[in-house]
Design a protein around this ligand. Structure first.
Ligand SMILES: [Zn+2]
Length: 61
């Protein structure tokens, strides 16, 4: 009985991972790394610490 509950829990985790990868294909590796990269400018690639827009006019990814 307990083994069945554990198996169901693992199956649910796999399902969540598959759904998450389908919805956010680029964010899953960061979640697995458990450390998010700082936001970077989508235009020039500069790191944007504490700001949403870049000096070049681009926006953070
Ligand atoms: Zn920029």
């Amino acid at each position: 009985m307990l083994v069945k509950v554990i198996f169901l829990f693992l199956a649910a985790m796999v399902l969540v991972a598959l759904v998450g990868r389908a919805l956010f294909p680029s964010s899953l590796p960061r979640i697995l790394r458990k450390r998010q990269d700082p936001p970077r400018c989508g235009k020039c690639g500069r790191y944007l610490i504490g700001q949403k827009t870049c000096a070049c006019g681009g926006k953070a990814r």
